[in-house]
Design a protein around this ligand. Sequence first.
Ligand code: ATP
Length: 374
Amino acid sequence: MADKTSLSRLNLTDFRNYAEASLRLDSRHVVLTGENGAGKTNLLEAVSFLSPGRGLRRAVLADVTRVGAPGGFAIFAEIDGMEGEVSVGTGIETAEGETVTRRLRINGTPARSTEELTDHLSVLWLTPSMDGLFTGTAGDRRRFLDRLVLSLDPSHGRRVSDFERTMRSRNRLLSEGRFDPSWLSAIEAQMAGLGIAMAAARQEMLGLLRQLSAQNGDTPFPTPSLALKGFLDEGMDRPAADLEDDYRAMLEAERYRDAAAGRTLEGPHRADLLVRHREKDMEAERCSTGEQKALLIGLVLAHARLTADMTGYAPVLLLDEIAAHLDEGRRAALFDLIDGLGGQSFMTGTDRQMFSSLAERAQFFTVSHGGIGG
Ligand SMILES: Nc1ncnc2c1ncn2[C@@H]1O[C@H](COP(=O)(O)OP(=O)(O)OP(=O)(O)O)[C@@H](O)[C@H]1O
């Protein structure tokens, strides 16, 4: 079984509805219960800031600071991580409304990039806002997939943002009618390198998930079949250099069409993640609400297992209201599955009773309006 990473302390200052809060933890699962609006999801969001990016709400950082607080917000955590015990401090220092970047200190030393967090901890989440993933936009599904890739390949985030920045400069040149061939060629070559690397990393992740689900034993959740569509659908198994040549030629050939459209019409930014319910042989978007939720849980847990297998460390899982619509038997099976992953999971709900089958495997806290009790 994979080793465990866990949080032993979480302190919040001016974070969402918490002025000051402190949580001391052992390495078991953490169950947070309380009424609607108490601050349960906010606590999960705080933990999600122990990974690169903008957290599980993809928040504008200034909005995270408690309304009425004089400065920014701060999160401090003590972690038993992949490289042993480590303390992490992160937050912003400026007041609401200003352009801010997230500060990060690891063991008191400023970190160069939030990517350094992935040396210590992997944090994955599933929240109710992801429930519409299969019926929502291709952009949401791409971001979901990119997040899966990122947890095993921290450079993927940089790759995606560099591609998007380069594409924007091509779009600008084309929309201004500046068809300077050497300038455009240089930009398109860069886009081709980054774009093919992005597509390959996504394909690799899907390949790994497919392999894992082929060996999947007994699980109460349906198996998702996964495929990418919308960019170089054929022949992704060819050498990267050939694919880059193809994409570069495609961009060059489509300059006038893209100029007229005002955007780049071909690329990894147009790909979509297609998910099917394998047992029913049905597209995920045509499955029932409950089936879609079960598919999503199955997918996120499969990814958690993959992360544990590949890194040797079980990720920290943030599962917001995951048990809400499950009957007692399915809930108990889900908790066994989560526990079997070997990591520390944070789970929320309105009713402590829902989590009773976790018993001694979890520590329980009650959250109420910016306060946390035992
Ligand atoms: N920047 C902020 N400053 C102060 N309060 C905030 C801020 N951002 C969000 N809140 C408040 O935090 C409260 C708690 O939100 P949270 O989403 O954590 O609740 P919850 O316990 O998960 O509730 P539910 O069970 O309804 O999902 C909300 O009332 C929200 O208005």
